[in-house]
Design a binder for this molecule. Structure first.
Ligand SMILES: Nc1ncnc2c1ncn2[C@@H]1O[C@H](COP(=O)(O)OP(=O)(O)OP(=O)(O)O)[C@@H](O)[C@H]1O
Ligand SMILES: Nc1ccn([C@@H]2O[C@H](COP(=O)(O)O)[C@@H](O)[C@H]2O)c(=O)n1
Length: 202
């Protein structure tokens, strides 16, 4: 696998070392909703890997078309593309703390981030939600997303189990994972999140 070299690796860490939180969970588990709340309550910059890819997908280019086809299939976009979009977003922000929502989605994503950006997350949040509830939420989202249909949701759930769970287990073994029960109202879930972030001093 080809990743960027040391020439670009250190340009984030050379000037600063931001506090990085990865936010994981299945499709519709409420990552984006909770990230918006965390960002406003605790001053984090919210970067959604899915949003960055959707923005890139709207470009009329070969890369845009590739991303569109992969998202339609509920698969994972090659890590080098996603990590470079995240890197550009971090570098163009002056924030000192980031929520990276929907990333890493696979071991390949995780390793690419460590290789290209050269740091590990300080914290990993995992919103744990039953499949039935996730499907209900995604189908009710109604934002015109090309992957919010029952066929693609089924594929996304399979990909989540196959590729994202190993990442969750990896960070759990490292003692970096905070699992949050993502059932209940948005306010109830945020209370648990608020408690966690309130106890941190990033
Ligand atoms: N606790 C909740 N109870 C009911 N609905 C919720 C809850 N949290 C979020 N939602 C709704 O569920 C839908 C999915 O939420 P959200 O977009 O935050 O999930 P996500 O994990 O970011 O999804 P994806 O990975 O597919 O982008 C949205 O319409 C949101 O308003
Ligand atoms: N690290 C990632 C994140 C997302 N994708 C692709 O985008 C789709 C939508 O992502 P959301 O986080 O907004 O649900 C997802 O199903 C993937 O196809 C990705 O490849 N890599």
């Amino acid at each position: 696998m080809l990743f960027a070299t040391d020439a670009v690796k250190d340009d984030i860490t050379a000037s600063r070392r931001p506090f990085i939180t990865f936010v994981l969970g299945g499709p519709g588990s409420g990552k984006g909703t909770q990230c918006a709340r965390i960002a406003s309550a605790f001053g984090f910059a919210h970067l959604s890997a899915g949003d960055l890819l959707r923005e890139e997908m709207s470009c009329d280019s070969k890369k845009g078309k590739l991303i569109r086809d992969i998202i339609m299939e509920g698969k994972i976009v090659p890590s080098e593309i996603t990590v470079h979009l995240i890197k550009e977003a971090i570098m163009s922000s002056s924030a000192d703390r980031f929520l990276i929502d929907g990333f890493p989605r696979s071991e390949e994503n995780r390793i690419a981030f460590e290789t290209i950006i050269g740091v590990e997350p300080n914290l990993v949040l995992f919103f744990d939600c039953p499949e039935e509830e996730m499907v209900k939420r995604v189908l009710g989202r109604n934002q015109g997303r090309i992957d919010d249909n029952i066929e693609t949701i089924k594929k996304r759930l399979k990909v989540f189990e196959m590729l994202n769970l190993p990442v969750i287990n990896y960070y759990s073994a490292k003692g970096k994972l905070y699992k949050i029960n993502a059932t209940g109202t948005v306010d109830e879930i945020f209370e648990k999140v608020r408690h966690l972030f309130g106890s941190l001093r990033p």
